[in-house]
Design a protein around this ligand. Structure first.
Ligand code: SF4
Ligand code: FES
Length: 238
C-alpha cells in the first residue's frame, strides 16, 4: 500500500494519498478550498485560479498541484482570501451577472462565492460586454454574458458525454464558448447530457423548468458554498 503524504495547511497536519492534488487531499481532510473551474469527475483545468493557495509563499492552483511530503500550504489567511476575492470581483465585472433576474440564482457557484467572501458589490468598473445568446435549441439556452470561461461544459461534453459540443474560440478578451455547429440546435446536444449540468453559473440553462425550485429553497439559500465539506467535519467529529 502507498505511504500517505504528510503536509500542512495553515499549520494543520494533513495526510493525503500520493497523486492527490492539494484540493482533493484538503477536501478529504474536510478543509474547503474555494473553486470554480474544478468539478469532481472531470479532468483538472486550472483556469479560474480561485483555488489559489500559497506554497512556500508562491501562488499555485490547488486543483492542479500535487501534494508532496512536508509541503507548507497557506489557505485561509487574509492575503490568500483577498487574492481570491479580487478574482471573484473581476469575474463579476467582466460579464453581465444580473443575479436578481437569473434563473440560476441560489444555485450559482459564483454568486455563492460572492456571498461567502462578503462581496456586496464589485470594486472594479463594470465592463458591460455584449455577447451572443443562443436560444435555438428547444430545451437548452446559452447566455454567454454569464459565461466565466471555466471550461466545465467543454470537459463534461468530451469526457462524460463522449461528444464535443462545446469548445473555446478566440483569444484574450475575445475568448468565448462556442458550439461545434452554427448554433446549438444544429449540434447533437440533448438536455440530458452531463454538460448541461456542469455550468457553475447561469450561462447554460435548461428550458421549461425555470423556477421549479422556488428562490429561497435553492442549495445556497440555506448554506454557504463549501459548508457541505466543512460540515462533514462537524458531523463526523461528534
Ligand atoms: S458555459 Fe458555463 S460551463 Fe461552459 S465555460 Fe461558460 S461558465 Fe463554464
Ligand atoms: S478551481 Fe483551481 S484553477 Fe479553477
Amino acid at each position: 500500500m502507498n505511504q500517505p503524504v504528510t503536509f500542512f495547511i495553515d499549520g494543520q497536519v494533513i495526510q493525503g494519498q500520493p497523486g492527490q492534488t492539494i484540493l482533493e487531499a484538503a477536501q478529504d481532510a474536510r478543509v474547503y478550498i474555494p473553486r470554480l473551474c474544478y468539478r469532481e469527475g472531470l479532468s483538472n483545468f486550472g483556469a479560474c485560479r480561485v483555488c489559489t493557495v500559497l506554497v512556500n509563499d508562491k501562488p499555485v492552483a490547488a486543483c492542479t498541484t500535487p501534494i508532496t511530503e512536508g509541503m507548507m500550504i497557506e489557505n485561509d489567511t487574509e492575503r490568500v482570501q483577498n487574492y481570491r476575492k479580487d478574482l471573484i470581483d473581476m469575474l463579476f465585472v467582466e460579464g453581465n451577472h444580473f443575479c436578481m433576474f437569473c434563473e440560476k440564482s441560489g444555485n450559482c457557484e459564483l454568486q455563492a462565492l460572492a456571498y461567502r467572501f462578503r462581496i456586496p458589490a464589485p470594486k472594479y468598473l463594470f465592463q458591460f460586454p455584449q455577447r451572443e445568446i443562443d436560444a435555438s435549441h428547444p430545451d437548452i439556452f446559452i447566455d454567454r454574458n454569464r459565461c466565466i470561461l471555466c471550461g466545465r461544459c467543454v470537459r463534461a461534453s468530451k469526457e462524460l458525454d463522449g461528444k464535443n459540443v462545446f469548445q473555446f474560440v478566440g483569444r484574450g478578451t475575445e475568448k468565448r464558448i462556442a458550439v461545434n455547429a452554427d448554433q446549438l440546435s444544429d449540434t447533437d446536444a440533448v438536455v440530458t447530457d452531463q454538460a448541461m449540468d456542469a455550468c457553475p453559473v447561469g450561462a447554460i440553462l435548461k428550458k421549461h423548468i425555470g423556477y421549479t425550485i422556488p428562490v429561497g429553497k435553492r442549495v445556497y439559500d440555506h448554506q454557504p458554498i463549501g459548508a457541505d465539506i466543512e460540515d462533514s467535519a462537524v458531523a463526523s467529529d461528534t
